[in-house]
Design a protein around this ligand. Sequence first.
Ligand code: ZN
Length: 59
Amino acid sequence: MQQGKAVKRVDDVMVKDPFCGAYFPKNNGVHLKLKNQNLLFCSRECRDKYLASRSGQTS
Ligand SMILES: [Zn+2]
């Protein structure tokens, strides 16, 4: 007997935007893949600003 009832609610997972600090559903996140990390932002705007702030720093 097999039942196809999988109770998964992955779309309810909330993650934090590393740039603006807002919480948003993981499903709605904008993905950014860097060399060593994968980030999720609440919007493309935040992703772009985060990238701009990174590249603006000369270390
Ligand atoms: Zn944001």
